[in-house]
Structure formats: structure tokens, C-alpha cells
Write a protein that binds this ligand. Sequence first.
Ligand code: NAD
Ligand code: MG
Length: 332
Amino acid sequence: MTDDIDIYYDDDADSTVLDDKTVAVLGYGSQGHAHAQNLDDSGVDVVVGLRESSSSREAARSDGLDVATPRNAAEQADIVSVLVPDTVQPDVYEKIRDVMTEGDTLQFAHGFNIHYGQIEPDDGVNVTMVAPKSPGHLVRRNYENNEGTPGLLAVYRDATGHANEIGLAYAKAIGCTRAGVIETSFREETESDLFGEQAVLCGGVTSLVKTAYETLVDNGYSREMAYFECLNELKLIVDLMYEGGNSEMWDSVSDTAEYGGLTRGDRVIDDHARERMDEILEEIQDGTFAREWITENQAGRPSYRQIRAAEKNHDIEDVGEDLRALFAWGEE
Ligand code: NAD
Ligand code: MG
């Protein structure tokens, strides 16, 4: 077993640390709604911070939560959980900066803005991260089912000597220590998260699927067959990998699939792909990617819009839409 990482469970966390504290949850999206409701159900004093114009205000109120502007919420709070989109966090932080007083805690669910210096909190403020390794609706659903969601804990700055305890108590209150919380750093979380989503989870896998789909279609195979083989069946494979790692997948497929996969996979993802991965990781580590993404946002996202539109127009989207309408395979 891995013994070089610390994993925290419920018994390692002291909930009483939050007894006399108020938590402001800024944002009520995927993570925000889950953190706010789980904290509230755990008996923590919560106020949700949303703009006057925010359409989420109604939702937070009907979930029984107090709502204020981000600035007012932060002013009332000892712990401010920043759960607005990463790209708007620096602006939101400017609005609350001067109400973050010494001894307060600025809490994140992803390290991007701290790690790349887009938010520079004052010295007296704790900076922590509790990042559930799951979308918000699962963080909420697991909590309601008395189950946990694995999470990460990191302390960027311990101004009070209690940052770790506060982070752990927060992780417990949102249900993460029920499943286990791994200690990490802002740097490690940010860089590995970006690399994972670029090389595998979002970028690598979609490019692999599209290229394989195009290869079959260009060679005269039907679009429908290509869709099933290269995209749809991926879920069955990933479910096996999720359950028992690569080996459970290899055990479950036919010997032909196993032999073919073992002898051909590394020809697709070859040394060239490995060099590209190194390059992509370097761009994350040296800040090239972060600068590009920040500049892109400042410019109003011109290339992002274009690339996104091109991706939506890919043939695999049309055939997928038709097939999903014809066949009955459900959500869950
Ligand atoms: P989201 O996009 O789902 O929700 C953001 C919410 O912020 C919106 O619902 C709205 O209430 C508010 N908001 C939007 N624009 C705003 C603005 N200009 N000013 C003020 N408020 C605004 O965000 P999310 O996915 O929950 O991400 C929040 C944080 O959690 C990010 O740091 C993200 O990296 C991190 N995170 C997300 C996930 C995930 O699966 N979604 C997982 C782990 C960590
Ligand atoms: Mg991620």
C-alpha cells in the first residue's frame, strides 16, 4: 500500500474548530451549492455570497440558506470559500479583499489563482484548499446518502497556526473525511489537475476518439459503427478501469482484445506522444499555459469561442445525436 501520503478520516478532524465561525460560500454553482448545503446540514453557520443580479439567489434561499452580496458575506465570515468560476475569482477577490481581516481563512477548491499569482492574499490570512475529487452534485448526493467524497487538502499559508485544522474541519463538514482526504500542495494539485485534464481526461481522450473515428470513416466504415466502436463503448471500458484498474479491464475483455490492445496501444501513444506530454507538462509548470488562458479571458475568449464551435461541428456530434435518439441507453 501507499505509505508516503497522509490520508485523513473523520476521526482526524475536529468539528468544534468551526463552532464559533461563519463560513461564506461565494458562488452557488456545482461546488458552491454542495459545500453550502453540506456545511449547513453539518451545523455550520453559512452565508452564501452572490451578486444582486445572480439567478442563483432564489435557489440558495429556497434551499434554506442566508444570502448576501459576496462582499457582505465575506465581511460576516471567518472563512471565505471561493467557489465562483476560476476565471472570475480574481475580480471577486478584489471586491472582498479589504474585508478579509487578520486571522480569516480564504478557502479554495482548486489552486490555479493562488499558484499562478492571480490572487495574492494579505499576510495575516490563512489560505487553504479543500478540493473534492468529484463534481458538486455528487458531493451533495453522497453527503445526503451518508457517504463521502474523496478530497484533497492543502495549506498555502498558515497565518494563525490553525489552517490545517480549519481545512480538515471544513473537509469533514462537507463529507470528504468520510471517504478520505489526501494532503497535497497548491502546486501539486494545480499542475497535476491541469495536466490530467489536458493530456487524458478532456483533451487526450477526445482527440483519441475523434482521430480513431475519422480513421474508420475515411476508410469506408459507417459513421454509426465508428461511433459505437470509438466513443460509445469507451464508457464500458472506463467503468471497468474505475472499478479495478487497468487489470480488471484486461481481465474482462476477450483474449483477442487484450493481445491486440497490449501490442498496439503503445504504437498509438508512442514516444512522440510522450514528448508532447512532457511539453504540455512543461507549459503548465513554467506558467505558459496559465498566461495563455488568462490573456485569452482578458481578450474576451476569441480563440476559445472558435475552437469550441469547431468541436461542436465535428461529424461525430451529429452521428452521436442521431444514435442517442434511436437507441435507449439511459443516464444511470
Ligand atoms: P460553476 O461554474 O458551477 O459555478 C460558479 C457559480 O459562481 C455560479 O453558479 C454563480 O453562482 C457564480 N458566479 C458566476 N459568475 C460570477 C461572477 N462574475 N461573479 C460572482 N459570482 C459568479 O463553478 P464550479 O465548477 O463549482 O467551480 C467552483 C470552483 O470549484 C472552481 O475553483 C473549480 O475549479 C473548483 N472545482 C470544481 C469542480 C467541478 O467538478 N465543477 C471540482 C473540483 C473543484
Ligand atoms: Mg479536475
